[in-house]
Design a protein around this ligand. Structure first.
Ligand SMILES: Nc1ncnc2c1ncn2[C@@H]1O[C@H](COP(=O)(O)OP(=O)(O)OP(=O)(O)O)[C@@H](O)[C@H]1O
Length: 261
């Protein structure tokens, strides 16, 4: 694959990948390339294996067969080069927002002063400077997601895996988080693999959308002018994505714009 930078390296390459639990396959024979700096959105019905794929890329699920190479190395477990952001906030409830953001920085061995500087910088970028000393339980759901995003980005990972990170938020907060992600991604230059059920979210964020079915990638849709508010993907593009989703219908029905359980 040729990337926007002209390099032929992939940020992530999955080859003949079969994933599952207790030897039972969930995703079979998947081949996938993610280009450096790309936002790749993975769409698919509930249960098709999106989270499993993301967790495998993050190193939390071991392949039954095949392999994943991230940043030139075979993935054998979690690594500081790959951050994971979940829908359910995964913050430590007894640590302040700032100390949650500092957590992965401590693992990277940064000095206390540098950890604090970076955490404060990222909390500022996500608009939470005033809330840095609050515990997660004292923050709204949207604020907790912003802390998660700050924590992921502060560690400067090459890759962020996002598993329906905004799925539990109200429409307005969700829209502001999507804008925030795009801004943060622009300044960080990292690669993002983003899982969602929501076709509209996929159209808004993606450089490329892949639709996942049980036998691997059912369809692949590069967006002509990604994230251009003046030229969003049109109805024909959306219909093609929905048509791919409907081919995986055996797993679950499709509503307009949204794959559901
Ligand atoms: N820890 C686990 N142990 C056993 N089976 C699991 C485990 N996690 C997921 N599964 C099964 O693997 C399949 C794929 O699950 P996964 O969560 O990857 O799907 P998904 O596409 O992300 O679904 P959703 O959109 O509903 O989150 C499902 O049948 C699920 O029940």
């Amino acid at each position: 694959m040729t990337t926007p930078s002209g390099s032929s390296a992939s940020a992530v390459r999955a080859t003949d990948l079969t994933l599952g639990y207790a030897g039972e396959p969930v995703v079979e024979n998947l081949d996938l390339d993610v280009a450096p700096g790309e936002i790749l959105v993975v769409l698919g019905h509930s249960g098709c294996g999106k989270s499993t794929l993301l967790r495998a890329i993050a190193g939390l699920v071991r392949p039954i067969s095949g392999e994943i190479v991230a940043d030139g190395r075979v993935v054998r477990g979690p690594g500081a080069d790959r951050a994971l952001v979940f829908q359910d906030d995964a913050l430590l409830p007894w640590r302040s927002a700032r100390r949650n953001v500092e957590l992965p920085l401590a693992v990277q061995g940064l000095s206390r002063a540098e950890r604090r500087r970076r955490a404060e910088d990222w909390l500022d970028r996500v608009g939470l400077t005033r809330f840095a000393d609050r515990l997660p339980g004292q923050l709204s759901g949207g604020m907790r997601q912003r802390v998660q995003l700050a924590r992921a980005l502060a560690a400067q990972p090459g890759l962020i895996c996002m598993d329906e990170p905004f799925g539990a938020l109200d429409a307005q907060t969700r829209a502001s988080m999507q804008r925030l992600l795009i801004e943060a991604w622009r300044t960080s230059g990292c690669t993002v693999v983003f899982v969602t059920h929501d076709v509209d979210e996929a159209l808004l964020l993606a450089d490329r959308i892949v639709v996942l079915g049980r036998d691997g990638i059912v369809g692949e849709h590069p967006v002509d002018r990604p994230r251009d508010p003046g030229a969003p993907p049109g109805a024909a593009f959306r219909s093609r994505v929905l048509a791919d989703l409907s081919t995986t219908r055996s797993l679950a029905p499709v509503e307009a714009g949204r794959a559901v359980a």
